[in-house]
Write a protein that binds this ligand. Structure first.
Ligand code: MRU
Length: 351
């Protein structure tokens, strides 16, 4: 962890603990401005997750873990030895911030397990140490995912990615973009086509920003341009992250991923899903059980702060979809690679 006071965030600084406060790079305003917001209360962290200051499944988990550390400090200062009762409302607030990324619930579960083992004395340092460990482990997992994913790419190629599964979406380095970083270092990535990713434009704003800073060739395209690009025969892989992977290998990710996977199948292009095992939810049998977040239709009815649809127009704004396991060629985790995922293979990975 950094020890200097935070100034301007780099892509690796989605979340940063410094001097008793949590700093989150404000991902709503990148790349126009690179600024931190700082937090010392869990309730504010929950709001930051809901409002997309921090986003991306693993980064949401990391932020929530720091949120629990802040909650513990506040609960002990307010309630002393009764802090375990006092912390409960904040744990629930954090859990209610967004529904789809299971990393949020995984991180809160891990913090809860620690809470159950702690005494009535001040929990602040123990909770912070666990949050720092979750952060560091995610960083390390992404490095491993990057290397394993890069090994699957057998010859130099161009790839398509969707949304942002980069350093900004994780504890650092990135999942899908971690694979891109490792594969690019190995000379295997000729160009990344980044879907712009309506309506939040994570591809246009965040993926393009991250890759350009690393000198990795990136070309932005409208989401609907992917099929005609695939038809040129230049694309070797679609590489994406995930918010939740069910026990049978069905994958929830940013809305539009399912469509990309269908198109990839038609064109004989492989689909790689890169995600840490904290994204795998063995408690649900299939993707049909994954809660899909629906956000405010206003996010879709406008663009760049300007209204684009006629007044009174209805809009649906599901922000994730589920890609069936049958359309996924490889799930790459820090524990290993699952080719053509099935329940048996996912169980073998997770056991
Ligand atoms: O709504 P977001 O920006 O949180 O959605 C993020 C994604 O869909 C990412 O692809 C996913 O979380 C994987 S991030 C490593």
């Amino acid at each position: 962890m950094k020890t200097t006071p935070p100034t301007t965030p780099t892509p690796d600084d989605a979340a940063l603990w410094h001097d008793g406060r949590l700093y989150l790079a404000d991902q709503r305003i990148l790349p126009e401005r690179a600024e931190f917001l700082s937090y010392d209360r869990a309730a504010e962290v929950a709001t930051a997750i809901r409002d997309m200051v921090v986003r991306g499944a693993p980064a949401i988990g990391v932020a929530a873990a720091y949120g629990v550390a802040l909650a513990g400090r506040e609960a002990y200062s307010n309630a002393g030895a009764d802090w375990k009762q006092a912390i409960e409302a904040d744990l629930e607030r954090l859990a209610a911030s967004r529904p789809t990324a299971v990393n949020l619930f995984w991180a809160i579960r891990r913090m809860r397990d620690l809470i159950a083992r702690l005494e009535a004395s001040d929990p602040s340092q123990a909770l912070l140490d666990e949050a720092l460990a979750i952060h560091e482990e995610d960083r390390a997992a992404n490095r491993r995912i990057g290397d394993l994913g890069a090994e699957l790419i057998t010859e130099p190629t161009e790839i398509i990615t969707h949304c942002n599964a980069g350093a900004l979406a994780t504890g650092g380095y990135g999942t899908a973009l971690g694979v891109v970083r490792s594969a690019h270092a190995a000379g295997k990535i000729q160009r990344v086509y980044a879907d712009e990713t309506r309506p939040w434009m994570q591809g246009a704003r965040l993926t393009a920003w991250e890759l350009m800073q690393d000198g990795i060739p990136v070309t932005l395209q409208a989401d609907c341009a992917a099929a005609s690009l695939m038809a040129t025969g230049r694309i070797g892989w679609v590489i994406v992250g995930s918010d939740r992977i069910a026990a049978n290998g069905d994958v929830a990710n940013k809305i539009g991923t399912y469509g990309l996977a269908v198109m990839a199948k038609y064109h004989g292009i492989k689909v790689m899903v890169a995600a840490p095992t904290s994204t795998v939810d063995m408690a649900i049998a299939s993707g049909a059980e994954i809660p899909i977040e629906e956000r405010d239709p206003d996010e879709l009815l406008g663009c760049g702060g300007r209204r684009i649809a006629p007044a009174g127009c209805a809009a649906r704004n599901p922000v994730f979809d589920v890609t069936p396991a049958a359309l996924v060629d490889a799930i790459v985790t820090e524990r290993g690679v699952v080719l053509n995922p099935t329940t048996e293979k996912m169980r073998a990975l997770m056991d």
